[in-house]
Design a protein around this ligand. Structure first.
Ligand code: SF4
Ligand SMILES: [Zn+2]
Length: 114
């Protein structure tokens, strides 16, 4: 097992959750919720896409969702999670807001220090 798998959040829950019956959206949602707070989502999704994984939720995405992906992800500049849209710096509005707040704080800090 490689090092990133040691930090896999799914190791703490029932693995069955990540292989829901076809059409079991609730289980898929529960698995995706675990993935959402997983620190190795980028590595997990990248490798699942590379090996064209045919079963289960990996990196927060179901197999149907992964099939629609045409490129490998790059890292969100805020949380290091996966970003699939080309040209996007952040994985979503939360990270974008956080990054903006951090920049604002840094600027204030520089102004006070000057
Ligand atoms: S992203 Fe999800 S499936 Fe992948 S290691 Fe983390 S919890 Fe497990
Ligand atoms: Zn992010």
């Amino acid at each position: 097992m490689s090092a990133w798998q040691d930090s896999a959040r799914c190791a703490e829950v029932d693995p069955e959750l990540f292989f829901p019956e076809l059409g079991d959206h609730q289980d898929a949602l529960d698995a995706k919720r675990v993935c959402a707070s997983c620190p190795v989502r980028f590595e997990c999704l990248t490798q699942a896409l590379q090996r064209r994984e045919q079963y289960g939720v990996w990196g927060g995405m179901s197999v149907v969702e992964r099939r629609a992906v045409t490129r490998l992800p790059h890292r969100c500049r805020q949380c290091s999670g996966p970003v699939l849209e080309a040209g996007h710096r952040y994985c979503g509005p939360d990270c974008q807001r956080t990054a903006r707040a951090v920049r604002r704080r840094e600027r204030q800090h520089v102004e006070w220090a000057a």
